[in-house]
Design a protein around this ligand. Sequence first.
Ligand SMILES: [Fe+2]
Length: 129
Amino acid sequence: MDKPTQASEEYLDTLLRYFEDEISSEAYFYGLAEHFAEREKTILLARVERRAAEAVRPLLHKYGLEPRQESVIRDQGKGYVEVHQSYSWHEFMAYIIKRYPRYLDDFADLENLAPVRGVIEIFSQTLPQ
Ligand SMILES: [Fe+2]
C-alpha cells in the first residue's frame, strides 16, 4: 500500500498524544528520581523524554497541534510515580525491560501512519544535531 501524502486525523492525534506522553514521562522520571539511589540514571531517562518531545515539537507547529498546558501534563506524569516508587532499582529495570519494547512497535506504527513527508521529518528530527 502506498504511503499517504496527507496527514491523517489518526496520525495527528497520535503525534499529539505521543508528544504529551513524552512530557508526562519526563515528569514521571523526575519524580521517580527522588526515590532511587540511582538518581542520575533516572534523571537521564527524564532528559531522554524531553529530547524526544522536543524532536516532535516542530511537527506540532507544522500541523497546528496544540498540546495541553505542560503543568497539566506533568501533573499527570507525576501521578504515575507512586506506582513504581517502592520498586528496587533492579525491579524497575526488570519492569522497563519487559514493558518498554512495546514502545518500539508504537513508534513503528506512528511512522506507518505518517505521510511520506512526515516520515522524513520524524527521522530528520531524531538524528543528532
Ligand atoms: Fe518516551
